[in-house]
Design a protein around this ligand. Structure first.
Ligand code: NAP
Length: 495
């Protein structure tokens, strides 16, 4: 895989590359260029040079290019689905769902053409006007994670480009191929050279330069909280605006009056979708004591039926890499050391020979009673969930909010009063009541606390890519300037 700089596909200036590993087999499926400082500078210069022309096209014309890219993706979608299965380990249904999401995001944001809001207000004098006009920031750096390697690219490119910004995109080093494929479709759709640049390389090597560069005005990043904090520190050097979509630790509350079948069906999705590697994944299960045993028994049976293995055949595929797999072992080891009961799973499943070097882990349920445990405090980001017995509403609100993250939360109850109280009391960006996610294009995906800053989706999300610029206009024949004495500008000043 090469870099796309100023409309040309080029090798990294250093010639260095890195392998792209399939998590299903552990095999190397491609190599990608490792960009260095010189490449980053060139990509940013190219985006900066392309900015005026791209903005001058107007949102109607920019939208047409985005719609065309969406159509090309729709026509060739099986290629992207294949990449998601091979490069990321997604099972077939999840790969299809992600591509649906890519197309939906592109078309949703393209629909904002000529709808970007603005205001015209009276000035102090009636012959004066104040225009509050939304304009693009300029060059946007987009950093995407591996867990939705196509969806997150679409969610950043579409609003950034529609609003008239130009982009330097750097995908996760675990999944560069999916991003590269989408970038190629934008080129086929006719995006002018320099408007979209594509850089691959280690965030640890080129990230600081990308986010602190003086020509960058906005950084939009989805990833871990640690990386988000580092970006914040570095971006203090250029005061770039930040859109940071970071970690999650969703509480999943099953109350005594819940429809247990609905709750279970949703939980199987919320925990094991994408092998638990989702920022809105259920990570903490709070079950009312009156239905605790029954619900856990239902969960145990259902989980034992989940087929783990080759993503082309199974219900659940692998984790992204060996580090993630090791983290799962750490959570289980810690729980066992503390005397917790493993209700289901807890180890690597038995696999056919070709998959032995893949990163698979069984869907796992662990009983927990310590709110302060790693299981209930740290982001797991894999197919493990801790289950805790609860009995009191006040207590469950306290426990749910007791997390450094604040992205998604789930509640299952038939009690309307409880639902509305939860809406007021649970301090998370999203509350799903008696239903699954994921977040919709027209919802505002955002989080409290260490989940980050700003958000994506909806009219609020697109506004994040726009700055408000003020034009003060006087169209009267004269202007009143009260603090300037009239005699200073008497007629004899005119030559
Ligand atoms: P990550 O390691 O933080 O990486 C995210 C992106 O940042 C990658 O492109 C990475 O590149 C880059 N990066 C790494 N170090 C950097 C630096 N110093 N400066 C600039 N960029 C840098 O996250 P991940 O492991 O890919 O993704 C998993 C995390 O994303 C989880 O915590 C999950 O909760 C979160 N997530 C959040 C949302 C949301 O909407 N809130 C959605 C999805 C995922 P390299 O790959 O080259 O290191």
């Amino acid at each position: 895989m090469k870099l796309l700089i100023d409309g040309e596909w080029v090798d990294s200036s250093s010639g260095r590359t890195a392998p792209d590993i399939s998590p299903s087999t552990g095999n190397n499926i491609a190599t990608f260029a490792l960009a260095n400082r010189e490449d980053v500078e060139s990509a940013i210069d190219s985006a900066e040079d392309a900015f005026n022309g791209w903005y001058a096209l107007g949102s109607k014309n920019r939208s047409k290019i985005i719609v065309r890219a969406a159509e090309i993706i729709q026509n060739r979608r099986s290629e992207l689905e294949d990449i998601l299965i091979t490069e990321n380990g997604k099972v077939i249904m999840e790969a299809r769902q992600e591509v649906d999401g890519v197309i939906d995001q592109l078309l949703y944001y393209a629909g904002f053409e000529r709808k970007l809001p603005g205001d015209v207000l009276e000035g102090p004098d009636i012959q004066q006007r104040l225009f509050l006009h939304r304009v693009p920031f300029g060059v946007v750096v987009a950093l995407t994670p591996w867990n939705f390697p196509a969806g997150m690219v679409a969610r950043k490119l579409a609003p950034a480009l529609l609003t008239g910004n130009t982009v330097v995109l750097k995908p996760s080093s675990d999944t560069p191929m999916a991003a590269e494929w989408i970038v190629k479709r934008f080129i086929e759709a006719g995006i002018p050279k320099g408007v979209l640049n594509f850089i691959t390389g280690k965030g640890s090597e080129i990230g600081d330069l990308l986010v602190s560069h003086r020509k960058i005005s906005l950084v939009t990043m989805t990833g871990s909280t640690d990386t988000g904090q580092r970006i914040m520190r570095k971006a203090s050097e250029n005061m770039a605006k930040l859109i940071l979509e970071l970690g999650g630790k969703a509480p999943f509350i099953v109350w005594r009056d819940a429809n247990l079948t609905t709750a279970l069906k949703t939980l199987l999705w919320a925990k094991f979708w994408n092998s638990g590697q989702s920022c809105i994944a259920a990570e903490r299960l709070y079950i009312h004591e009156e239905v605790y045993d029954k619900f856990l028994e239902m969960l145990k049976k259902a989980v034992s039926r989940i087929k783990v293995g080759d993503p082309r055949e199974a219900d659940m595929g692998p984790l992204i890499n060996r580090n993630s797999l090791n983290t799962m072992h750490d959570f289980v080891r810690d729980a066992i050391t503390r005397g917790r009961r493993i209700i289901s799973g807890g180890k690597v499943p038995s696999l056919k020979h070709e998959l032995r070097n893949g990163f698979y882990f069984e869907p796992t349920v662990i009983e927990e009673n310590d709110q302060g445990s790693p299981l209930f405090q740290e982001e797991i980001f894999g197919p493990i969930i801790g289950a805790m017995k609860v009995s009191d509403r006040e207590d469950v609100f306290l426990k749910a909010n007791d997390s450094k993250y604040g992205l998604a939360s789930y509640l299952f109850t038939e009690d309307n009063e409880f639902i509305m109280e939860a809406f007021d009391r649970i301090r998370f960006g999203e509350l799903y009541v008696n239903m699954p996610g994921p977040e919709a294009s027209n919802g505002y995906h955002t989080g409290f606390r260490m989940t980050g800053q700003a958000g994506e989706g909806s009219v609020y999300g697109i506004s994040e890519y726009l700055k408000v610029k003020n034009i003060y206009l006087n169209y009267g024949r004269d202007v009143s300037v009260p603090t300037v004495r009239e005699s200073l500008i008497s007629d004899d000043l005119h030559p």
